[in-house]
Design a protein around this ligand. Structure first.
Ligand code: R5P
Length: 290
Protein backbone atom coordinates (compact mmCIF):
# COMPACT_ATOMS: atom_id res chain seq x y z
CA UNK A 1 0.00 0.00 0.00
CA UNK A 2 1.18 3.53 -0.85
CA UNK A 3 -0.32 6.92 -0.02
CA UNK A 4 -0.19 9.47 -2.86
CA UNK A 5 -1.12 13.01 -1.85
CA UNK A 6 0.04 16.61 -1.48
CA UNK A 7 2.69 17.34 1.16
CA UNK A 8 0.28 19.10 3.51
CA UNK A 9 0.73 17.13 6.71
CA UNK A 10 -2.60 15.35 6.28
CA UNK A 11 -1.43 12.85 3.63
CA UNK A 12 1.71 12.07 5.62
CA UNK A 13 -0.36 11.56 8.80
CA UNK A 14 -2.62 9.15 6.95
CA UNK A 15 0.41 7.23 5.60
CA UNK A 16 1.82 7.02 9.14
CA UNK A 17 -1.47 5.66 10.45
CA UNK A 18 -1.67 3.16 7.58
CA UNK A 19 1.99 2.27 8.18
CA UNK A 20 2.85 2.59 4.49
CA UNK A 21 4.98 4.67 2.13
CA UNK A 22 4.16 8.15 0.84
CA UNK A 23 4.61 9.72 -2.60
CA UNK A 24 4.00 13.42 -3.13
CA UNK A 25 1.32 14.71 -5.48
CA UNK A 26 2.49 18.11 -6.69
CA UNK A 27 -0.67 20.18 -7.23
CA UNK A 28 0.78 22.17 -10.09
CA UNK A 29 -1.34 24.63 -12.00
CA UNK A 30 -1.01 27.03 -14.91
CA UNK A 31 -1.72 30.79 -14.93
CA UNK A 32 -5.02 30.21 -16.73
CA UNK A 33 -6.13 27.93 -13.83
CA UNK A 34 -5.75 24.63 -15.67
CA UNK A 35 -4.30 21.96 -13.39
CA UNK A 36 -1.50 19.48 -13.99
CA UNK A 37 -1.14 17.34 -10.82
CA UNK A 38 2.15 15.46 -10.97
CA UNK A 39 2.92 12.24 -9.09
CA UNK A 40 6.52 12.70 -7.92
CA UNK A 41 7.63 9.13 -8.61
CA UNK A 42 11.12 7.73 -8.08
CA UNK A 43 10.14 4.14 -8.79
CA UNK A 44 7.38 2.44 -10.78
CA UNK A 45 4.04 1.83 -9.05
CA UNK A 46 2.71 -0.91 -11.32
CA UNK A 47 0.42 -3.32 -9.45
CA UNK A 48 0.44 -1.13 -6.30
CA UNK A 49 -2.55 -0.51 -4.05
CA UNK A 50 -2.67 3.30 -3.87
CA UNK A 51 -4.56 5.42 -1.35
CA UNK A 52 -4.99 8.72 -3.19
CA UNK A 53 -5.54 11.59 -0.78
CA UNK A 54 -6.39 15.08 -1.79
CA UNK A 55 -7.48 17.87 0.51
CA UNK A 56 -8.68 21.37 -0.22
CA UNK A 57 -7.44 24.40 1.59
CA UNK A 58 -9.14 27.70 2.24
CA UNK A 59 -10.15 29.49 0.02
CA UNK A 60 -11.68 26.32 -1.37
CA UNK A 61 -11.83 25.55 -5.07
CA UNK A 62 -14.02 22.44 -5.52
CA UNK A 63 -13.77 22.46 -9.31
CA UNK A 64 -9.99 22.45 -9.32
CA UNK A 65 -10.00 19.80 -6.60
CA UNK A 66 -12.30 17.50 -8.53
CA UNK A 67 -10.39 17.80 -11.80
CA UNK A 68 -7.11 17.10 -9.95
CA UNK A 69 -8.61 13.94 -8.53
CA UNK A 70 -10.03 12.73 -11.83
CA UNK A 71 -6.78 13.38 -13.74
CA UNK A 72 -4.71 11.67 -11.04
CA UNK A 73 -6.94 8.60 -10.88
CA UNK A 74 -6.64 8.24 -14.67
CA UNK A 75 -2.89 8.82 -14.45
CA UNK A 76 -2.47 6.15 -11.73
CA UNK A 77 -4.43 3.65 -13.84
CA UNK A 78 -2.27 4.37 -16.87
CA UNK A 79 0.80 3.70 -14.70
CA UNK A 80 -0.58 0.23 -13.97
CA UNK A 81 -1.84 0.71 -10.40
CA UNK A 82 -4.18 -2.16 -9.54
CA UNK A 83 -6.33 -0.64 -6.79
CA UNK A 84 -7.12 3.01 -6.04
CA UNK A 85 -8.80 4.01 -2.78
CA UNK A 86 -9.70 7.68 -3.01
CA UNK A 87 -9.83 9.74 0.20
CA UNK A 88 -11.90 12.88 -0.35
CA UNK A 89 -11.84 14.25 3.18
CA UNK A 90 -14.57 16.72 2.18
CA UNK A 91 -16.90 15.35 -0.47
CA UNK A 92 -17.41 18.21 -2.91
CA UNK A 93 -20.83 18.68 -4.53
CA UNK A 94 -22.48 16.53 -1.82
CA UNK A 95 -24.83 19.35 -0.81
CA UNK A 96 -26.63 18.94 -4.13
CA UNK A 97 -27.87 15.52 -3.08
CA UNK A 98 -31.36 16.11 -4.44
CA UNK A 99 -32.92 17.91 -7.35
CA UNK A 100 -34.35 20.74 -5.27
CA UNK A 101 -35.66 22.70 -8.25
CA UNK A 102 -36.54 21.58 -11.76
CA UNK A 103 -33.54 21.60 -14.12
CA UNK A 104 -30.85 21.18 -11.44
CA UNK A 105 -28.27 18.36 -11.64
CA UNK A 106 -28.07 15.47 -9.15
CA UNK A 107 -24.45 16.47 -8.56
CA UNK A 108 -23.46 13.96 -5.86
CA UNK A 109 -24.45 10.97 -8.00
CA UNK A 110 -22.71 12.36 -11.09
CA UNK A 111 -19.49 12.99 -9.15
CA UNK A 112 -19.53 9.43 -7.79
CA UNK A 113 -20.05 8.13 -11.33
CA UNK A 114 -17.17 10.29 -12.64
CA UNK A 115 -14.85 8.88 -9.95
CA UNK A 116 -15.87 5.35 -10.93
CA UNK A 117 -15.44 6.01 -14.66
CA UNK A 118 -11.99 7.52 -14.06
CA UNK A 119 -10.92 4.25 -12.38
CA UNK A 120 -11.37 4.65 -8.61
CA UNK A 121 -11.93 1.37 -6.75
CA UNK A 122 -13.41 2.78 -3.53
CA UNK A 123 -14.10 6.22 -2.08
CA UNK A 124 -13.74 7.26 1.56
CA UNK A 125 -15.02 10.54 2.88
CA UNK A 126 -15.93 12.19 6.18
CA UNK A 127 -19.47 13.14 7.26
CA UNK A 128 -20.77 13.30 3.70
CA UNK A 129 -23.54 15.86 3.60
CA UNK A 130 -26.41 13.62 2.50
CA UNK A 131 -25.48 10.70 4.77
CA UNK A 132 -26.47 11.08 8.41
CA UNK A 133 -24.96 7.82 9.64
CA UNK A 134 -21.51 6.38 9.25
CA UNK A 135 -21.32 3.65 6.61
CA UNK A 136 -21.77 2.74 2.98
CA UNK A 137 -23.27 5.30 0.62
CA UNK A 138 -25.85 4.48 -2.04
CA UNK A 139 -23.43 4.86 -4.95
CA UNK A 140 -22.35 3.29 -8.25
CA UNK A 141 -18.97 2.47 -6.59
CA UNK A 142 -18.12 1.27 -3.04
CA UNK A 143 -18.17 4.59 -1.15
CA UNK A 144 -18.13 5.23 2.59
CA UNK A 145 -18.91 8.11 4.91
CA UNK A 146 -16.87 8.15 8.13
CA UNK A 147 -18.30 10.24 10.95
CA UNK A 148 -16.17 13.21 11.98
CA UNK A 149 -18.20 13.75 15.16
CA UNK A 150 -16.40 11.23 17.43
CA UNK A 151 -13.15 13.16 16.74
CA UNK A 152 -14.93 16.39 17.76
CA UNK A 153 -16.22 14.68 20.94
CA UNK A 154 -12.67 13.52 21.83
CA UNK A 155 -11.42 17.10 21.43
CA UNK A 156 -14.26 18.60 23.50
CA UNK A 157 -13.77 16.08 26.32
CA UNK A 158 -10.36 17.63 26.97
CA UNK A 159 -11.81 21.14 27.42
CA UNK A 160 -13.43 20.50 30.84
CA UNK A 161 -16.67 22.22 29.89
CA UNK A 162 -19.10 23.45 32.55
CA UNK A 163 -22.50 21.70 32.44
CA UNK A 164 -22.18 21.39 28.63
CA UNK A 165 -25.02 21.20 26.16
CA UNK A 166 -24.43 20.27 22.52
CA UNK A 167 -26.74 22.04 20.10
CA UNK A 168 -27.55 21.43 16.46
CA UNK A 169 -28.49 24.63 14.60
CA UNK A 170 -31.22 22.72 12.72
CA UNK A 171 -33.11 19.44 12.92
CA UNK A 172 -30.59 17.53 10.80
CA UNK A 173 -27.64 18.62 12.90
CA UNK A 174 -29.64 17.72 16.02
CA UNK A 175 -28.57 14.17 15.19
CA UNK A 176 -24.90 15.22 15.08
CA UNK A 177 -25.34 17.00 18.42
CA UNK A 178 -26.81 13.83 19.93
CA UNK A 179 -23.93 11.72 18.57
CA UNK A 180 -21.43 13.97 20.34
CA UNK A 181 -23.53 14.36 23.51
CA UNK A 182 -23.85 10.57 23.86
CA UNK A 183 -20.07 10.21 23.66
CA UNK A 184 -19.59 13.06 26.18
CA UNK A 185 -22.45 11.87 28.40
CA UNK A 186 -24.20 15.23 28.38
CA UNK A 187 -27.41 16.67 26.94
CA UNK A 188 -28.21 17.87 23.43
CA UNK A 189 -30.87 19.92 21.66
CA UNK A 190 -31.55 21.45 18.26
CA UNK A 191 -33.03 24.63 16.87
CA UNK A 192 -35.49 25.02 13.99
CA UNK A 193 -33.90 26.63 10.91
CA UNK A 194 -35.57 27.59 7.65
CA UNK A 195 -33.55 28.56 4.58
CA UNK A 196 -35.00 30.35 1.55
CA UNK A 197 -33.71 28.36 -1.46
CA UNK A 198 -33.67 31.40 -3.74
CA UNK A 199 -32.04 33.99 -1.49
CA UNK A 200 -30.16 31.68 0.93
CA UNK A 201 -31.59 33.73 3.83
CA UNK A 202 -31.95 31.86 7.10
CA UNK A 203 -34.59 32.15 9.78
CA UNK A 204 -34.16 30.39 13.14
CA UNK A 205 -37.33 30.14 15.16
CA UNK A 206 -36.52 28.47 18.51
CA UNK A 207 -34.92 30.41 21.40
CA UNK A 208 -33.02 28.26 23.88
CA UNK A 209 -32.38 29.14 27.52
CA UNK A 210 -28.87 27.92 28.34
CA UNK A 211 -28.25 30.11 31.40
CA UNK A 212 -24.75 29.60 32.81
CA UNK A 213 -23.99 26.58 30.64
CA UNK A 214 -21.14 25.97 28.22
CA UNK A 215 -22.68 25.54 24.79
CA UNK A 216 -21.21 23.75 21.79
CA UNK A 217 -22.98 24.37 18.48
CA UNK A 218 -22.13 21.59 16.04
CA UNK A 219 -22.67 21.17 12.32
CA UNK A 220 -21.21 19.22 9.43
CA UNK A 221 -20.32 22.32 7.37
CA UNK A 222 -19.65 26.00 8.03
CA UNK A 223 -19.79 27.80 4.71
CA UNK A 224 -21.12 31.38 4.92
CA UNK A 225 -21.41 30.99 8.71
CA UNK A 226 -25.02 32.25 8.70
CA UNK A 227 -26.35 29.04 10.24
CA UNK A 228 -23.93 29.30 13.18
CA UNK A 229 -24.50 33.03 13.66
CA UNK A 230 -28.26 32.53 13.75
CA UNK A 231 -27.89 29.73 16.26
CA UNK A 232 -25.67 31.88 18.52
CA UNK A 233 -28.24 34.70 18.41
CA UNK A 234 -30.91 32.30 19.62
CA UNK A 235 -29.11 31.26 22.81
CA UNK A 236 -30.20 32.91 26.05
CA UNK A 237 -27.43 33.61 28.63
CA UNK A 238 -24.75 31.07 27.66
CA UNK A 239 -21.54 30.95 29.73
CA UNK A 240 -19.14 29.93 26.95
CA UNK A 241 -19.97 29.35 23.28
CA UNK A 242 -17.96 27.05 21.02
CA UNK A 243 -18.79 26.36 17.39
CA UNK A 244 -17.38 23.02 16.18
CA UNK A 245 -17.79 21.81 12.62
CA UNK A 246 -16.42 18.92 10.58
CA UNK A 247 -15.83 20.82 7.34
CA UNK A 248 -14.50 24.41 7.52
CA UNK A 249 -15.51 25.53 4.03
CA UNK A 250 -15.40 29.12 5.40
CA UNK A 251 -16.45 31.26 2.46
CA UNK A 252 -16.27 35.08 2.52
CA UNK A 253 -15.97 36.53 6.02
CA UNK A 254 -17.29 33.39 7.78
CA UNK A 255 -14.14 32.88 9.88
CA UNK A 256 -14.00 36.47 11.12
CA UNK A 257 -17.77 36.70 11.65
CA UNK A 258 -18.12 33.51 13.73
CA UNK A 259 -14.81 33.99 15.61
CA UNK A 260 -16.09 37.35 16.91
CA UNK A 261 -19.06 35.63 18.58
CA UNK A 262 -17.64 32.25 19.65
CA UNK A 263 -14.61 29.99 19.84
CA UNK A 264 -14.47 28.36 16.43
CA UNK A 265 -12.89 24.94 15.78
CA UNK A 266 -13.05 22.37 13.00
CA UNK A 267 -11.73 19.06 11.77
CA UNK A 268 -8.85 19.00 9.29
CA UNK A 269 -10.87 17.75 6.31
CA UNK A 270 -10.07 21.14 4.73
CA UNK A 271 -6.89 23.02 5.67
CA UNK A 272 -7.75 26.27 7.49
CA UNK A 273 -6.57 28.25 10.54
CA UNK A 274 -9.19 26.49 12.72
CA UNK A 275 -8.62 22.91 11.48
CA UNK A 276 -7.32 21.65 14.83
CA UNK A 277 -9.08 18.28 15.07
CA UNK A 278 -7.46 15.51 13.05
CA UNK A 279 -9.60 12.83 11.43
CA UNK A 280 -6.64 11.06 9.76
CA UNK A 281 -6.45 8.25 12.33
CA UNK A 282 -10.18 7.51 12.04
CA UNK A 283 -9.97 7.41 8.23
CA UNK A 284 -6.99 5.03 8.42
CA UNK A 285 -8.81 2.71 10.85
CA UNK A 286 -11.83 2.65 8.55
CA UNK A 287 -9.73 1.88 5.44
CA UNK A 288 -7.97 -0.94 7.29
CA UNK A 289 -11.29 -2.42 8.41
CA UNK A 290 -13.01 -2.44 4.97
C1 R5P B 1 -26.87 22.40 5.75
O1 R5P B 1 -27.64 21.48 5.46
C2 R5P B 1 -25.56 22.13 6.38
O2 R5P B 1 -25.64 21.12 7.32
C3 R5P B 1 -24.99 23.39 7.02
O3 R5P B 1 -25.88 23.81 8.04
C4 R5P B 1 -24.83 24.48 6.01
O4 R5P B 1 -24.12 24.02 4.90
C5 R5P B 1 -24.11 25.66 6.61
O5 R5P B 1 -24.07 26.68 5.65
P1 R5P B 1 -23.84 28.20 6.05
O6 R5P B 1 -22.58 28.24 6.88
O7 R5P B 1 -23.69 28.88 4.73
O8 R5P B 1 -25.04 28.67 6.80
Amino acid sequence: MLVVGPKDGFSEELAENLKCGFVELDRRGFPDNEVCPRIMLDNGIKDEHVVLVNRMQRPTDPNRYLVELLLTIKNLRSLGVKKIDVVMAYFVYARQDRIFRKGEPLSIQYVLQLLKDAGASQVFSVSVHFQRNEGKLPAPIPAFSISGFPSIADYLKKLRLKNPIIIGPDKKSGQFAKEIADLMKCSSAYLEKKRDLDTGTIETKTKLDVSGRDVVIVDDIASSGSTLIHAIKNLKNPNRVICAVVHPVLTGDCLEKVSKKAEFIACNTIASPISKISVAARIAEFIKAV
